[in-house]
Design a protein around this ligand. Sequence first.
Ligand SMILES: Nc1nc2c(ncn2[C@@H]2O[C@H](COP(=O)(O)OP(=O)(O)O)[C@@H](O)[C@H]2O)c(=O)[nH]1
Ligand SMILES: [Mg+2]
Length: 247
Amino acid sequence: MSFQRVEGNLELNAEVGVLLPTYCEAQNIEKLINEIESLDLDVIILVIDDSSSDGTAEIVRALQKRYNNILLLTRPVKMGLGTAITEGFKIFMSLPNPPKYVVTMDADYSHNPRDIPRLISNLKQGRSLVIGSRYCKGGCIVNWSLLRFSISKIANLIAALVIGAKISDYTSGLRCYSMGLIRSIIKDLHSQTYEIQIETIRQARIKKFQIGEIPITFINRKKGKSKLTINEVKQFSSYIFKTIFKK
Ligand SMILES: Nc1nc2c(ncn2[C@@H]2O[C@H](COP(=O)(O)OP(=O)(O)O)[C@@H](O)[C@H]2O)c(=O)[nH]1
Ligand SMILES: [Mg+2]
């Protein structure tokens, strides 16, 4: 299994795991990791990189020499955000000392690392999944095109109809999961790409875990390109249709 291919110290022991899926994030990853490291957190950072051609993995390897709490898995081809997140979950679960909480975030610096402690403290108030929401009161999006905003809003409206959880942002990538929730839903996660964000919420709801959200400010990436393509939109739509018919 992929666990054997993870680079870094597998004996690490920390309360929080931060999972960073990367595809061509060389312009963002160093600043992001430096900022996570500067937080007052007991943390293991796990980067799942899909053989980015811009040298993302080499930058992470250089950072592993500076910090002793970074793990890296490189996969041979681009395999999608969904499989990167589930593979990251499996790696955290299999560590000799698994973290209690797993935070996922985009590695393009559109999520603010300083929101991580807020997510964790909200989870500790009795929740198993806390979403960083752009659409609840106090949340906000900076610098998105009208088209990108519309795609996100439509995806959220459909997800709300199909899943019906009491949350405002189903597609946010900034979240905190309890390890108990991850262990309980891992076998039911089959997403290839961005639909992972709603599949995890759906599974958490089916298994009756408490879900919460806190407002965040999402600032569109300043560097590099979005990896959301028509293929991701198709996979997302196909997941929604399959879910409707399963009901
Ligand atoms: N490992 C991996 N990471 C991916 C893949 N697709 C997207 N990502 C990462 O997932 C995060 C979200 O992607 P992004 O392009 O920012 O999507 P957007 O914010 O919706 O435009 C970023 O950190 C990407 O580098 C993939 O196929 N594999
Ligand atoms: Mg992004």
